[in-house]
Design a protein around this ligand. Structure first.
Ligand code: AMP
Ligand code: MG
Length: 377
C-alpha cells in the first residue's frame, strides 16, 4: 500500500529509521554558527562564509571566526551554538554579538530525534497525517496495512424508503444508512450497505443472514419494545448469544450486542441520534479490535458548563453540544434539541455533553465531561 493511500488504515508492520535523525547537527535558526565560548555581549568575530540548507559541509570552524548559517543547514565541526541573526549586527566581514550564547543553543544534535534502525511506527498504530509523514521521512513509501473490516449495515422499518425515493406523507428517508456508512469509514471499516428490511420475520432473517457473511453487522431500528421490533427475536432464532440488550444511556437505551454465527452484531436504535451516539460508543471500538488497532480510550475531555442543566436522573445522558475555547478555558454548552430524532441538532454539534446518571441539576460553571465527536471535521 502506497503511503499516499494509507490514511486512516492500521499499520501491520514495524517501520524503522534508515539513518539517524537528524542525520547531521541541524541549525534551527537563521544566524551565525559560533564557538559559544567566544561570544559575549559586544564580542566581534569574522564571518568566513555561509552555509545554506542542503549544502555539503566539510570545513571546520576556526577559532575567532563564525559562519553565516540558515535554518535546516548542517552546523560545521568546531561550532557548538547558533546565534539568531536578530541578536547580531553585521559590518562587512565582521559580526558583532549583542548577547552571550550557551553551548548547544539553536542546534538539534545528530541522532537526537531517532537512532539509526530505531522502530518509530508499530503494528496496530492508526495512520494519521503525522504517522504518514514519519513513514515518508524514513523512506517507507510502501506500508503493510490491515485490511479494513467489512461492516454490513442494515436498517429496518416499514416506514423507511431509499434516500433517492420520494417518501410518502408518513414515510422517512433512510438517513441512518448514510450516517452509519460514514461512521464505519471514519472508524476504519469498509461499509457494505444492505439497504432496508421490512418489519417482517422472513425479510429480516434473510437480510441478517446476508449481513453475517461480512466481518460485522450493524442494524438500526427494531430493537425497542414495539410490537414490530423483531430484530432480537430474529437474531435469537439464528442462534445469537446476547451480551447486552439495553444500555443505561440516553439516547441509545435499546441498543443490543450479540455474537451470531461467530460475528459481532449490533442492534442500534432507529432514532438517528441514538444510532450515531451508540455507534461511536460501541461500534467504533469494535472496528478497532477487528482491525488489529491498538485500543485507545474514548475521547473524553473536561470543560466548564456554560449554561445550567436539568436532566432526568437514572440514565447517563449524551447531549449534542458545542465545546469552545472561551475565557482561557474550554467551555461547553448543550444545544437545543427535540430528542433523538433531531439530526439537525447533532449536525451543529462538535461533542456530546456527558451528564452522569445520578445528576439531575448541574449549575453553570461546574466542570463536566465531554465526549468529542469522532468525525472528519
Ligand atoms: P425504531 O427504533 O425502529 O422504533 O425507530 C425509532 C425511530 O427512528 C422512528 O421514528 C423511525 O422512523 C426512525 N428510524 C428508524 N430507522 C431509520 C432510518 N433508517 N433512518 C432514519 N430514521 C429511522
Ligand atoms: Mg422500527
Amino acid at each position: 500500500m502506497g503511503v499516499w493511500d494509507a490514511l486512516g488504515l492500521v499499520l501491520a508492520q514495524e517501520v524503522k529509521t534508515d539513518r539517524e535523525y537528524p542525520p547531521f547537527d541541524r541549525s534551527t535558526r537563521d544566524g551565525y554558527a559560533v564557538r559559544s565560548g567566544e561570544v559575549k555581549p559586544g564580542a566581534q568575530l569574522k564571518c568566513v562564509g555561509e552555509i545554506k540548507a542542503g549544502d555539503t559541509v566539510t570545513q571546520v570552524l576556526a577559532s575567532g571566526a563564525c559562519v553565516q548559517i540558515m535554518t535546516g543547514a548542517a552546523v560545521p565541526v568546531g561550532a557548538d551554538a547558533v546565534v539568531m541573526i536578530e541578536h547580531t549586527q553585521r559590518e562587512g566581514d565582521l559580526v558583532r554579538f549583542e548577547r552571550a550564547v550557551q553551548a548547544g543553543q539553536n542546534i538539534v544534535p545528530q541522532g537526537s530525534e531517532a537512532r539509526a534502525g530505531q522502530t518509530i511506527l508499530k503494528p496496530g498504530m492508526r495512520l494519521g497525517f503525522a504517522e504518514l509523514a514519519l513513514a515518508a521521512q524514513v523512506g517507507a513509501t510502501q506500508l503493510q496495512c490491515a485490511k479494513r473490516p467489512r461492516v454490513a449495515i442494515l436498517s429496518t422499518g416499514d416506514e423507511v424508503v431509499l434516500i433517492d425515493e420520494q417518501p410518502g406523507p408518513f414515510q422517512i428517508r433512510n438517513s441512518n444508512s448514510v450516517s452509519l456508512a460514514a461512521q464505519v469509514r471514519i472508524a476504519g471499516g469498509e461499509p457494505v450497505v444492505l439497504g432496508n428490511a421490512a418489519d417482517r420475520v422472513e425479510d429480516l432473517g434473510e437480510k441478517i443472514e446476508r449481513g453475517l457473511n461480512e466481518d460485522a453487522l450493524v442494524l438500526t431500528g427494531g430493537v425497542s419494545m414495539g410490537k414490530y421490533d423483531l430484530v432480537e427475536s430474529v437474531l435469537k432464532a439464528l442462534g445469537a448469544e446476547f451480551f447486552f440488550d439495553a444500555v443505561a444511556i440516553r439516547p441509545g437505551k435499546p441498543a443490543v450486542f450479540a455474537i451470531c454465527k461467530g460475528k459481532p452484531v449490533f442492534g442500534l436504535p432507529g432514532n438517528p441520534v441514538s444510532a450515531m451516539v451508540t455507534f461511536q460508543l460501541f461500534v467504533t471500538p469494535t472496528i478497532d479490535l477487528l482491525n488489529g488497532a491498538e485500543s485507545h480510550p474514548l475521547p473524553l475531555v473536561e470543560a466548564r458548563l456554560a449554561q445550567a442543566l436539568n436532566e432526568r436522573p437514572g440514565l447517563t445522558h449524551f447531549l449534542p453540544a458545542r465545546i469552545e475555547w472561551r475565557d482561557a478555558e474550554p467551555q461547553v454548552s448543550a444545544l437545543k434539541w427535540q430528542g433523538s430524532g433531531d439530526i439537525a441538532a447533532l449536525a451543529g454539534a462538535n461533542c456530546f455533553l456527558v451528564v452522569p446518571a445520578e445528576r439531575e441539576k448541574i449549575a453553570s460553571g461546574e466542570r463536566v465531561s465531554v465526549l468529542l465527536r469522532k468525525d472528519v471535521v
